[in-house]
Design a protein around this ligand. Structure first.
Ligand code: COA
Length: 156
């Protein structure tokens, strides 16, 4: 299957079920997917949804929500394309930084570095995912990551 069959397109309200299913199948939270103040994308190959990603926007920073590729399509570079297209979008809207939570994996190869949870809580207090954690009096598990956006997009 060639690259030209792969498309990353903006998601709309009609894609909520698709995004929720892809996130769920990847073991990710589906809370507040496609909430107001967010931008989501669906990755399709030959019209088949294989991945999804979202950004929750704050003031000069965004929170990356759920980079997910369906298990059968992993390991072929689609995840990297999805993440990098969201990074480019955040850069284009003038964000200083992009944040994310992860339960595993090393996001250093995507240009992210680990930061304390308090940093993202302070930078994006109104992001839907952070509001959802706060409403449940939970703290996000795993690691908090930040990618500064004053650098060139590309593999670090
Ligand atoms: C993370 C994920 C989107 C990567 O998708 P993919 O199509 O397999 O990724 P690629 O083939 O483009 O690989 C990109 C890089 O991601 C790395 N990677 C694979 N799984 C990873 C994970 N769970 N976390 C971080 N990095 C991961 C690969 O080692 C690869 O690094 P390399 O290019 O230096 O070799 C996919 O594994 C997934 O959906 N995981 C479950 C959901 C998840 O954990 N999302 C991230 C937290 S929100």
């Amino acid at each position: 299957m060639t690259d030209s069959n792969v498309q990353i397109r903006l998601a709309g309200p009609q894609d909520k079920d698709t995004v929720t299913r892809v996130f769920h199948d990847a073991g990710l939270d589906t809370d507040a997917a496609l909430a107001e103040g967010t931008t989501y994308w669906v990755l399709e190959r030959s019209g088949q949804p294989l991945g999804a990603i979202g950004l929750e926007h704050g003031d000069g920073a965004s929170l990356l929500r759920g980079a997910a590729i369906v298990p059968s399509a992993r390991g072929g570079g689609l995840g990297r394309r999805l993440v990098m297209s969201a990074v480019e979008y955040a850069q284009g809207r003038g964000d200083r930084a992009i944040y994310m939570f992860s339960k595993g994996g090393d996001w250093g190869s995507f240009g992210f570095q680990q930061v304390p949870l308090a940093v993202v809580m302070g930078e994006l207090p109104d992001a839907p995912q952070i509001r959802a954690y706060r409403a449940r009096s939970e703290r996000p598990g795993g690691t908090t990551w930040m990618r500064p956006l004053d650098q060139k997009v590309g593999k670090a």
